[in-house]
Write a protein that binds this ligand. Structure first.
Ligand code: FAD
Length: 550
């Protein structure tokens, strides 16, 4: 029997479901309804069109309605908004841009309406009409404004990945940019000390970064827009981009009586079926299960949306596919750095009361003796008893993507830090080291679990009184110059054995070096010379500095 499958939303999830379904079922009648002008556009590429890094607008249009028709025999109806679902009758109502309304019946309905930019009722917001970045029409508006009005300044409200990507591309266009972020850090999936590396970098690039201050009001004036912040400070700007997050588009689902989760996304089961078995939902609009914590989560990312599209098509075609959850593997370019994360972060685990341990490593992206090696700062989060990896974050300029993907793969298979040690990874000097940064992260975490080293973290050391605790810097004189933990004692690692008598026997000792390796060596030396209360500062000065002084 021919199945009639209607799809709401024709971009990441919707288009992916349609293409997979056609490959599995040549007979199905498939119709995509898309409110906007375009389908299957490259949302993720939009910011780069503003700067000209992506120079051709057509490059953003990955697939066209004609292409979907020719290759997949899918009927694509753009500028057609689905305005109502009648679940009992298995029908939907469509409103075309020209005002025509009509009804279409379905056997199966797929909802992939995505998530809309959050637009809070800040005083003055309607006078200013800040730009948002969701689709090609939005980016056309922004680019058109820059091309014709030549703004000198821009304010980006929100320091998530869309805000940061917009800030970078505006900066590349020569627009003096200010980022305004209400929390104490950019890039929420990262923990504070990892984001602090980005703060330094953004600042050094000449972008004004305002943290811990939200927008209180927008006022239109003859110079453009005046933004008044909660603190009372003001930012005068020629244009405003609002990028403070996205909210699942659930209006249709809610009005149709479909179950909505506590976080405000459409509720689905592991088959991605909503509370109505004839209606499936996927992508940014749904609540997923967090793969690591098992808790409901909103994780708006393209990879999961595309995969869910495939699974929905499989299920509709009678295959036994299930969605096992989203771990939130993501990466963003932030000027010359890449910031990536996977699994749960420390903030989330703390909130949920899930026990964890953390280690920091700062390995070189490739062999140190080969030109061009750069630093990869890695935070690994794991269960202290079993070693199961719960999450990871990496910031660096080269090779961040492959390392986060290695760890993401291990997390997906419920792997441990010991599995990271065992990974046999491709090596030649231009690409890595014989012990890859991922192996190193596994060794360091393994040492912590086995008790070969006891660590202490930057925020604990920050609150220590150097009069009560001996903080020992084992770096070279050069490394220490002007950059050290106040009150710390300095004994370079190579002199440590001969200067043990300078160390107090009655105090706890915290050792630190530049990145943690020599601190570990010092720890081993001290322990074997009878110093019982010793700890190593995880990640050394490189973790401590941006987090405490950045
Ligand atoms: P969408 O792709 O947003 O598609 C939903 C579509 O449904 C929209 O076109 C909308 O017009 C349409 N629609 C909604 N309601 C109706 C209705 N009632 N009737 C008809 N049509 C309707 N993710 C990453 O993983 N990596 C990245 O680098 C990345 N960069 C991004 C950059 C930007 C600027 C943006 C905006 C997003 C980015 N994302 C990125 C997120 C990613 O694009 C989304 O997670 C993904 O597109 C979600 O797919 P979806 O199908 O759920 O929704």
């Amino acid at each position: 029997m021919q199945k009639k499958v209607l799809i709401v939303g024709g971009v990441a999830g919707g288009a992916s479901a349609a293409a997979r379904l056609r490959r599995l079922d040549e007979k199905a009648k498939i119709i995509i309804f898309e409110r906007g002008e375009h389908i299957s556009y490259a949302n993720c590429g939009l910011p780069y069109y503003v700067s000209g890094v992506i120079s051709e607008r057509d490059a953003l249009l990955v697939q066209t309605p004609q292409g979907m028709k020719g290759r997949f025999e899918v009927d694509v109806r753009t500028q057609s908004e689905v305005t109502r679902i009648f679940p009992m009758q298995k029908e939907i109502e469509i409103l075309e841009k020209n005002g025509r309304r009509y009804i279409e019946a379905y056997d199966v309905l797929i909802l992939s309406p995505g998530a809309a930019p959050v637009r809070p009722p800040i005083p003055g917001i309607n006078d200013v009409e800040p730009f948002v970045v969701r689709n090609v029409t939005d980016i056309d508006r922004i680019k058109g404004y820059i091309d014709t009005q030549h703004p000198k300044t821009a304010a980006v409200v929100g320091g998530g990945f869309i805000g940061l990507e917009m800030a970078e591309n505006l900066h590349v266009r020569g627009v003096e940019t200010t980022i305004i972020e209400m929390s104490n850090q950019v890039m929420a999936p990262l923990d504070y000390e990892m984001a602090a590396i980005l703060h330094d970098h953004i600042f050094n690039k000449g972008v004004n970064l305002i943290l811990e201050d939200g927008v209180k009001a927008f006022t239109k004036n003859d110079k453009g827009t005046l933004i008044t912040l909660q603190s009372g400070s003001e930012v005068q700007t020629d244009m405003v981009i609002l990028a403070i997050g996205v909210k699942p588009e659930i209006k249709l689902a809610k009005e149709a009586g479909l179950a909505i989760g506590d976080l405000g996304g459409i509720k689905v089961n592991e088959k991605l079926q909503t509370s109505d078995p004839n209606i499936y939902a996927l992508g940014d609009a749904i609540e997923v299960k967090n793969f690591v914590t098992g808790q409901p989560a909103l994780i708006p990312l393209a990879g999961p949306a595309n995969k869910q599209g495939r699974i929905v098509a499989d299920v509709i075609a009678g295959k036994n596919s299930t969605y096992e959850g989203t771990q939130g593997t993501s990466i963003a370019k932030v000027f010359d750095l890449a910031a990536a994360s996977t699994g749960a972060n420390e903030k989330t685990l703390k909130k949920l009361g899930i026990p964890y341990e953390v280690s920091f490593t700062h390995s070189a992206s490739n062999a140190g003796y080969y030109p061009g090696a750069t630093r990869l700062s890695t935070k690994l989060i794991f269960d202290r008893k079993s070693g199961r990896i719960l999450g990871a974050q990496i910031v660096g300029s080269q090779g961040v993507d492959k390392r986060i993907d290695d760890i993401a793969g291990v997390i997906r298979h419920y792997g441990t830090v010991f599995d990271l040690q065992d990974l046999e990874l491709a090596y030649a000097p231009p690409f890595s080291s014989a012990k890859d940064p991922v192996n190193m992260a596994g060794y360091v975490a393994g040492n912590i679990i086995s008790g070969d080293v006891e660590i202490v973290h930057w925020h604990e050391v920050k609150d220590m009184n150097p009069k009560e605790i001996c903080i020992l810097d084992v770096r070279t004189i050069e490394e220490r110059k002007g950059k050290f933990i106040p009150g710390s004692l300095h004994i370079p690692i190579d002199e440590l054995r001969s200067r043990l008598s300078e160390l107090p026997k009655d105090k706890d000792i915290v050792v630190y070096c530049e990145i943690g390796l020599r601190g570990y060596l010092a720890y081993r030396i001290l322990k074997q010379h009878g110093f019982t209360h010793v700890k190593d500062l995880s990640g050394g000065w490189v973790t401590y500095y941006p987090a405490v002084f950045g």
